[in-house]
Design a protein around this ligand. Structure first.
Ligand code: ADP
Length: 247
């Protein structure tokens, strides 16, 4: 992977809903092999920024490049093929499929839903088992995700991410609502992604978790980035304190 080209670059990225500026003038680069945190009070634009990055919404203005290519109007499947993978605050898994099938269909998830069950080849099964084993989930390969805990389901979403072999990963509150032990495992997985060259961008309110992991954080308020730096630096920034007190 090219160490010089950001896996994600945004310039003047903005999105309004009616008269509301949900995201406004965002300039942000994500380098390969980096972990970046996104903080901000409710309604500050974090989810809209993720939706702009993965193509769920298109910008009103500004530019976005994925791995060096213009992408602000690319489809979600095209961005997925370009190496983008995302998890959600609440895991989105098919309860009628097994855990392993959910992993294998990760890249087909963006296509129109199909009625037929996916056929899993032996090679796919081997690779999915390796991914699940790396997350300590091998024993759950053939059960429904509905039988698992919330934290385990969050790990299965990470298995889907790993299956896609991404260059850029967006994680929406990965540590929310999971046990400290699981959070440690999650942190190890994120560090491994970084060591493998992946750029990781995560929304996370757990500041201690973020401080242990992120190379840099950005704080949003009213759609704009108001502070950037280490967790310690932004925590001491009066503009950040004001943004949270005004919430
Ligand atoms: P956060 O994730 O930081 O809580 P959001 O990106 O969800 O913030 O929201 C930013 C602002 O944009 C909020 O005021 C929200 O109500 C608004 N917003 C988000 N999505 C839409 C939408 N589809 N239509 C109208 N307003 C929206």
């Amino acid at each position: 992977r090219d160490g010089g080209v950001p896996v994600l670059a945004m310039r003047g990225l903005s999105r309004s809903f009616g008269g509301l500026r949900a995201v406004y003038g965002v300039d942000l680069d994500i380098a390969p092999a980096s972990v970046t945190g996104l903080l901000g009070p409710n309604g500050s634009g974090k989810t809209t920024l993720f939706n702009l990055i993965d193509g769920t919404v298109w910008p009103s203005s500004g530019r976005l490049t994925l791995a060096g290519r213009r992408a602000e109007r690319a489809s979600r499947p095209a961005r997925s093929h370009a190496g983008l993978a995302r998890t959600y605050q609440l895991p989105r898994l098919f309860p009628s499929l097994t855990v392993l099938e959910n992993v294998v269909i990760a890249e087909r998830r963006l296509s129109p839903p199909r009625l037929a069950l996916p056929r899993v080849t032996a090679a796919e099964r081997d690779r999915a088992m390796a991914v699940l084993a790396g997350l300590g989930l091998a024993g759950y390969a053939d059960v429904s995700p509905g039988t698992l805990s919330y934290g385990q389901r969050k790990l299965i979403e990470l298995a889907q991410v790993l299956w896609l072999d991404p260059v850029l990963v967006l994680l929406d509150e990965p540590a929310a609502g999971i046990s400290p032990a699981l959070a440690q495992r999650l942190a190890a997985i994120i560090r491994r992604l970084r060591a493998d060259g992946v750029g990781v961008l995560l929304v996370e309110h757990d500041v201690a978790f973020l401080a242990s992991l992120a190379d840099r954080v950005h704080v949003m308020a009213n759609g704009a980035i108001i502070a950037s730096g280490t967790v310690a630096e932004v925590s001491a920034d009066p503009a950040v304190v004001d943004a949270y007190l005004g919430d």
